[in-house]
Design a protein. Structure first.
Length: 131
């Protein structure tokens, strides 16, 4: 059996740390892929703090008569607060941000809509000018 040297111990520790780090990076994406109800990209329609929030894959029809348009940043997902489209974007790590809560990434489009309602504090969401 080879003798345990400082170099071998440090190499083993580095390999173990890299393996644990790789697992940590993979785990959040797995939950955002749709394994839990909160993490799914299924349509939603609910009243949150007195505001109607809705979300759907952009390819689906009107969602209660709401038209809306999609500009490519929301990974094919449209979110609305009281019928006004909330511009959302999916980050590379799978988290979501909105134009209202841009510096506070969340796990799902539903969570982005809720965070926007919290941030608006009763104010109306104004349409976001698209390019």
């Amino acid at each position: 059996m080879p003798e345990l040297t400082r170099r071998r111990a440090l190499t083993g520790a580095a390999v173990l740390a890299a393996a644990v780090g790789a697992q940590t990076l993979v785990a959040p994406g797995a939950s955002a892929a749709g394994h839990s109800h909160e993490g799914s990209l299924e349509p939603f329609d609910e009243v949150y703090r007195g505001r109607r929030i809705q979300g759907r894959p952009a390819g689906m029809g009107g969602l209660g008569g709401l038209g809306g348009h999609h500009h490519g940043h929301g990974a094919g997902y449209a979110v609305f607060v009281d019928g006004v489209e909330l511009h959302v974007m999916r980050n590379a790590d799978g988290s979501w941000i909105s134009v209202v809560s841009h510096y506070d990434p969340v796990a799902t489009p539903r969570a982005a809509a809720r965070a926007a309602v919290d941030e608006l504090q009763g104010a109306a969401l104004l349409p976001f000018p698209a390019n």
